[in-house]
Design a protein around this ligand. Sequence first.
Ligand code: SF4
Length: 214
Amino acid sequence: MKVVDHPDFFDSLRTVTPAYPLRVLMSGCMMGQPCGVDGTDYGFGNALASLRQLPTVRVTGFCPEAHSLGTPRTWPDIHGGDGHDVLHGRARVLDEKGADLTAPMIEGAHAMVAQARAMDAELCLLMDMSAACGTQVISLGCRFDPDRQYQQGSGVAAAALSEAGFWVMSQRDFKSLDALMSLLDEKHKPTAGLLDHHEHPWTVGHFGGQDQAP
Ligand code: SF4
């Protein structure tokens, strides 16, 4: 379930305290884990640092691709649909050499769901554009194609988390992140005019409107 599709998510969140922090599952690379395809964190290790350091949140990192494919590895991208389609046999995951990574990507997605269940995650904060963790925009086909195509949709792990009933949100959903910070930190000053990723001019320009992916 995407937070951006359900603005009442924030009204339904319980009161969080340092003794009873919000349980957040996060893409491992956003916590500095060297789990990217090239064995780095892609430089995202400081992502959402102000949120992660709050005493009212407990963050656990996980990388679904590193879990099943290891690191380093080739680049997976979804062909013929998004992560939901992969889970239901309607699309495949291929790397840039054409090797089929569908099975390990599904395995990694299920492992991330198992992690979410083990920690009873209340929110999953995920790296957008990833064929595993994307929640708003991902590649349609190989990212190295000269005329790279994009789609509004979820990666395989994000889709599995969503179908398992977990809340998912992109690190580019700035309006929702600001609302979350207001709940987690009483000193946080809300910022007016922030946009979630599907509202961003780039996204609207590419997809012709603010419709969100299913
Ligand atoms: S699969 Fe997710 S956690 Fe792993 S490197 Fe890609 S975006 Fe980060």
